[in-house]
Design a protein around this ligand. Structure first.
Ligand code: 5GP
Length: 116
């Protein structure tokens, strides 16, 4: 069994979060340390530690994370101007929490994709 992180407690509402969406498959909540006016994390309820642990059986979950991101972006009013989604993987990707998560950033021009 993959190890739990703080995100499992957020999914189960054992610790508070500013949750914007939850269903049987995914949960979305505002990042505690926002890097943009809108910064929301979309995570699978099932523990998948990293992008590198994704397999074909997870395709529906990953696809659902995308459609939920689209829905949230529209609801948050950032769809028209545009936004960025990002998944960090392991050390070089800058991953801090080992429960797969998609960042949704928006609300200002986000600049170049990577720090130079
Ligand atoms: P990573 O660097 O792993 O891609 O991103 C992890 C993100 O989780 C960071 O942006 C960090 O601010 C956020 N985060 C870490 N712990 C918590 C928490 O307890 N609550 C919330 N809402 N966000 C968290």
């Amino acid at each position: 069994m993959p190890e739990e992180t703080i995100f499992s407690k957020i999914i189960r509402k054992e610790i508070p979060s500013d949750m914007v969406y939850q269903d049987d498959t995914v949960t979305a909540f505002r990042d505690i340390n926002p890097q943009a006016p809108t910064h929301i994390l979309i995570i699978p309820n099932k523990i998948i530690p990293t992008m590198d642990d994704v397999n074909e059986a997870d395709e529906q979950v990953l696809g659902h994370m995308i459609t939920v991101a689209v829905k949230i972006a529209r609801e948050q009013g950032i769809a028209q101007n545009g936004y960025r989604v990002l998944i960090n993987c392991r050390e070089h990707g800058g991953q801090e929490v080992y429960h797969l998560h998609m960042h949704l950033f928006g609300g200002r021009p986000l600049g170049p994709m990577l720090a130079r």
